[in-house]
Design a binder for this molecule. Structure first.
Ligand code: B12
Length: 214
């Protein structure tokens, strides 16, 4: 791995807010893609922060700081990923589930979908099932993307699926799930359609499904 990417990991790991823009710019100057900076730099750094939180070396305030550092650099990376000539492939309603306020992973998925020609309706964090389902109905969306990082909140995924059934919309929309505490098994337990481990996987699978739907 390049020294520049290592510096991004280190800046996140050490919660070095003042240096993050600098090290990300060095990566960009070296021709490293925004996607690689996110996946191989930022996400790896966040994994280390999560480990340190687990072992008691970092506290909640440190998690907050890690989130702020990522939010600081994302606009710059997002601006470089948007493709202006993208064709609209399908509508996706994205949300972090009720009870969960983690937004970084969801925002990355939104960015990638947007850059690849999907219309993204981002409802934000801690979103109740009814709001998600009402938006699907109103916008006639084909996909829902649910982000969940807290094991205690996985039931919120099931609530969205049940609410879709009640509204007679279950067959009209594909439900994707992702986030640190999700899995293939959880997808089956909650009655969702697709589990994607990364944002890139999610975009590829949606693109394939769009092809199959047309
Ligand atoms: C930063 C952080 C926070 C920040 C978030 C700031 C922000 N603006 O988002 C704050 C301070 C808010 C926070 C709070 C808490 N956190 Co926190 N947090 C983290 C940390 C360090 C990083 C999360 C992150 O952004 N990762 C990077 C992103 C890019 O990864 P990702 O979300 O997994 O996304 C990727 C894929 O999963 C996928 N993906 C994500 N979403 C979706 C959606 C779809 C549809 C698809 C297809 C794919 C997809 O694509 C992404 C890119 O490839 C993690 C540790 C970790 N390694 O995950 C803990 C972690 C998630 N938090 C944890 C905990 C316990 C908490 C708190 C309960 C702490 C507390 N005591 O209060 C609170 C919960 C508050 C709440 N109600 O939600 C635990 C969860 C344990 C569990 N299994 O339940 C973790 C795992 C830390 C740990 N090791 O213990 N946290």
């Amino acid at each position: 791995m390049s020294n520049a990417l290592q510096s991004v990991i280190k800046a996140i790991d050490e919660l070095d807010f003042d240096n993050i823009n600098n090290v990300v710019q060095i990566c960009l100057d070296e021709g490293i893609s925004p996607l690689s900076i996110i996946q191989d730099g930022i996400c790896k750094g966040l994994d280390i922060v999560g480990e340190k939180f687990n072992t008691g070396e970092y506290f909640l305030a440190d998690l907050v700081m890690a989130g702020e550092i990522v939010n600081e650099v994302m606009p710059n990376l997002k601006a470089r990923m948007n493709s202006s000539d993208a064709v609209q492939k399908g509508k996706v309603v994205m949300a972090t589930v009720k009870g969960d306020i983690h937004e970084i992973g969801k925002n990355i998925v939104c960015m990638l979908l947007d850059a690849n020609g999907f219309e993204v309706i981002d409802l934000g964090i801690d979103v109740p099932a009814e709001r998600i389902v009402n938006t699907v109905k109103e916008k006639k969306a084909s996909f829902i993307g649910l982000s969940c990082l807290l094991s205690t909140m996985v039931g919120s995924i099931g609530e969205v699926v049940e609410s879709l059934k009640r509204e007679g919309l279950r067959e009209k929309v594909r439900v994707f799930i992702g986030g640190a505490c999700t899995s293939e098994q959880l997808k089956d337990e909650m009655g969702a359609d697709v589990y994607s481990a990364t944002a890139v996987d999610a975009v590829r699978t949606m693109e394939k499904m769009c092809g199959a739907m047309t």
